[in-house]
Each structure stands twice: as structure tokens, then as C-alpha cells.
Design a protein around this ligand. Structure first.
Ligand SMILES: Cc1ncc(COP(=O)(O)O)c(C=O)c1O
Length: 401
């Protein structure tokens, strides 16, 4: 029996957990910047799975890399070596000008990996007394959903009824160097974990000089500067990392989403010898982390980023997108912020919530999603052509009017 969209949504509603509030569209196929629903209606994808689809849906180079690896070997676990591992680590470390790589699967797992590594570095290298390691985070952060990570979220929806929480974290004000410097006075601080641009918070861009200032303050205090580039990295903001905009090489970089080419979950922590080198056999791992199928796809992603072509597209088309949004924004809009092909369009309080406008956009064939009540987050795939980009922007402006 072929089920239509309504029947499939009802089934999911009846038998799936209600931990998401999806747009009412049931995607059946996708290619490039477009998806097609069960009834054959096409939609332009301006969400890109929260930047996991930076290269669009089913990019031919990435599909070819996956298919070639499917014919070789797909999973071994790390109990043995596999021929993709060494080259993957070298290529990713070289792309970011760092030394070592630890692959995982989801972004949240890579964040957990960075937290554990920073603590172990604190005890074994910095000499923090047992049990005292502290990690600084920023207010408004989003780093994933596991219990340790929501322990330092300040979003009540993410936390309510999921306590007790994990200790050892302290929040500072995002974008405020004074707040960070004051917190760095504690000698037991081992790391500062921060999104260079806060994605889930609504594409919140810190003041110019914040990232370089924060990295320098951490260096002076003997604290690891840990950039969570899961959403902001890999071309999204017009450079390989968002930290590149300020010439900052973090002590640890956390990657996910687009590293898997929109095909598989692939995440990683990339760091210096002195930091990632603290981990010993048996202390951390994941059955699927570093599986050869994932690594084959990620290596193709790294090769595609190696030319700079996607970063340049994002930079150039991003200037166009942000200029149009700023110039043509209707009076409902409070402000537009962003970098590269990534924008947060914030509506005035009187026009919140923005979700009905996402539904209007869906009717017109555009997928956009709200973050919190007042912000539309736009993240078209970086391979989008200019005509499609303009088509999507036109619809955004229409539904906001
Ligand atoms: C900055 C950041 N870190 C971590 C995560 C968690 O990634 P995942 O959903 O793959 O666990 C996200 C997800 O949106 C994110 O935006």
C-alpha cells in the first residue's frame, strides 16, 4: 500500500516519539538544493539539515566515494587498523593545520570527546588537582543533547526534567572578553568551549576581535581554546573554519555535520599533539567512530574543501544574500545577522512567533525553519546557484512582509 503524506505523518505521530516539531512535509527524494515530497511537489532546501548538507543532497562526488567504499569494507571497529584511518587523520589535520584527529559519529559525541580530553589534559599536563577541572562555556550555547552537555545549557526546554546535571562548568557572557578574562582567573580552568558563531541561538555573531581576543586570553591563562565548529565550520561562513576569519587556530576544533557529506554522521576532534596525545588506549572510543565508510566520505569532503571553491562560493553568495536581506527587509524585521551563506533574520516581538511564516514559505516551495520564537535561520547549501538563491530569498521576503 502506498501511503500519502498525511498518512505517513499520522503514522509517525502515532508511533514515533514527539521530540521534534517538524514542518508538515514528507520528503521522499532529493538532489542538490531541492527535495521532493511523496506527492511529487518540489521544495528548495534553505535549511541544509542545519548545515550538514553544505554540499547539497547526494553530491555526485560524495555518492561515488560512498559507493566505492561499499564495495570494499564498511565497518571493522577500531579493534583493527583500517586503510582509510591514517590518510583521513592526516588530511583533516593538514586542512586545519593541526596535528591529530579523533573521529566520532555525532556532533555531541565529539563535544563529549573534547570535554574529556580537556579534563585529562588539565590533570596530566596542566597539573590541576584531582576532581577540580573546570570548563568555561558561553551563555546561549548549544552543543548537543546528552546529559553532560545540557548541564551547561541555559535553555529551559533542553534541561527541564532531565536533571541531575554534571558539574565542572561555568558560563561567561558570549562576545564579552571581560567576562571571559574574569573567569579565567581561576587556575583550575582547563578549557573554554565556544561556538565561534552561535547557531542555535540564532546565528549570533560576536564582535570583531572576540575570537582572537578569547584565544589570546586562553593562551595567557594556560587554558585550551576549544572551538565547536560543528555548525559554523567546513565552509558555512565563507572560510574553512569561522575561526579563520580572525586568524585563530584553536587548541581543539570540534567538527561534525558537513564532515559526513550529508550521507553519514561523521564527527571529529582535531587538535595538537600535546592535547589529543593525552588519551591512552581504552579511555575513550566508539564502535562506529572512524568506520571506513564514514572516513571514505569524509576524505572526499576534505578534498572538496581543499580547493577553497566552496568557501569562496559561500563568501560571495553570502555577501549577496545578506545584502539583499538587509536592503529589502520588510518592517516586520528587527535585524539580520550572519556570515557567508548563513543568516539569522530576527523579527520584531510583535510578529513572533515566526513559525507560521515558515508554513507559508513551505506552501510556496521553500523549506526554512525557526530557531526560538523570533528568528529564521537560513542556511542554503553552498553549491546552490544564484537563481535558486534569489528565488529562496524572494520567498523569505514575501512571507515576512
Ligand atoms: C554547535 C553545535 N555543536 C554540537 C551539535 C550537536 O551535533 P549532533 O546533533 O550531531 O549531535 C550541534 C547541533 O546542532 C551544534 O550546532
Amino acid at each position: 500500500m502506498v501511503m500519502d503524506s498525511a498518512a505517513l505523518r499520522d503514522l509517525e505521530d502515532a508511533r514515533g516519539a514527539h521530540n521534534y516539531h517538524p514542518l508538515p512535509v514528507v520528503v521522499a527524494t532529493a538532489e542538490g538544493a531541492w527535495v521532493t515530497d511523496v506527492e511529487g511537489k518540489r521544495y528548495l532546501d534553505f535549511l541544509s539539515a542545519y548545515s550538514a548538507l553544505n554540499f547539497g543532497h547526494r553530491h555526485p562526488r560524495l555518492v561515488a566515494a560512498a559507493l566505492a567504499q561499499l564495495d570494499r569494507v564498511t565497518l571493522t571497529s577500531r579493534a583493527v587498523h583500517v586503510d582509510q584511518m591514517g590518510p583521513f587523520c592526516e588530511e583533516l589535520a593538514d586542512l586545519l593545520e593541526l596535528d591529530r584527529v579523533l573521529p566520532m559519529n555525532s556532533g555531541a559525541e565529539a563535544v563529549e570527546t573534547a570535554i574529556k580530553t580537556a579534563r585529562a589534559w588539565g590533570y596530566r599536563v596542566k597539573g590541576v588537582p584531582p576532581g577540580q577541572a573546570k570548563i568555561l562555556v558561553a551563555h546561549g550555547n548549544f552543543h548537543g543533547r546528552p546529559t553532560s552537555i545540557i548541564s551547561f545549557s541555559d535553555d529551559p526546554v533542553a534541561r527541564n526534567d532531565f536533571d541531575p546535571f554534571t558539574g565542572g562548568f561555568e558560563a561567561v557572557t558570549f562576545g564579552d572578553l571581560d567576562s571571559l578574562t574574569a573567569a579565567l582567573a581561576d587556575p583550575n580552568v582547563v578549557g573554554f568551549l565556544v561556538e565561534p558563531i552561535q547557531g542555535e541561538a540564532g546565528v549570533v555573531v560576536p564582535p570583531v576581535g572576540y575570537l582572537s581576543g578569547a584565544a589570546a586570553a586562553c593562551r595567557d591563562a594556560g587554558v585550551l581554546f576549544i572551538a565547536d565548529e560543528v555548525q559554523s565550520g567546513l565552509g558555512r561562513t565563507g572560510s574553512t573554519l569561522t575561526c579563520d576569519w580572525e586568524g585563530v587556530t584553536p587548541d581543539m576544533v570540534i567538527l561534525g555535520k558537513a564532515l559526513g557529506g550529508g550521507i553519514l554522521p561523521v564527527s571529529a576532534v582535531v587538535s595538537r599533539d600535546e592535547v589529543l596525545g593525552v588519551l591512552r588506549p581504552g579511555e575513550h572510543g566508539s564502535t562506529f567512530g572512524g568506520n571506513p565508510l564514514a572516513l571514505a566520505i569524509a576524505r572526499e569532503v576534505i578534498a572538496m574543501l581543499g580547493t577553497g571553491e566552496y568557501q569562496q562560493r559561500s563568501r560571495e553568495l553570502g555577501v549577496h544574500m545578506l545584502a539583499r536581506l538587509n536592503r529589502e527587509a520588510p518592517t516586520t524585521v528587527e535585524l539580520v545577522r550572519g556570515r557567508g551563506l548563513w543568516a539569522g533574520v530576527v523579527v520584531k516581538d510583535d510578529y513572533a512567533p515566526v513559525r507560521p511564516r515558515c508554513l507559508q514559505a513551505l506552501d510556496r516551495g521553500l523549506i526554512i525553519k525557526e530557531t526560538h520564537e523570533t528568528t529564521l535561520r537560513l542556511a542554503p547549501p553552498l553549491m546552490i546557484d544564484e537563481a535558486d538563491l534569489d528565488r529562496g530569498i524572494d520567498i523569505v521576503l514575501e512571507v515576512l512582509a
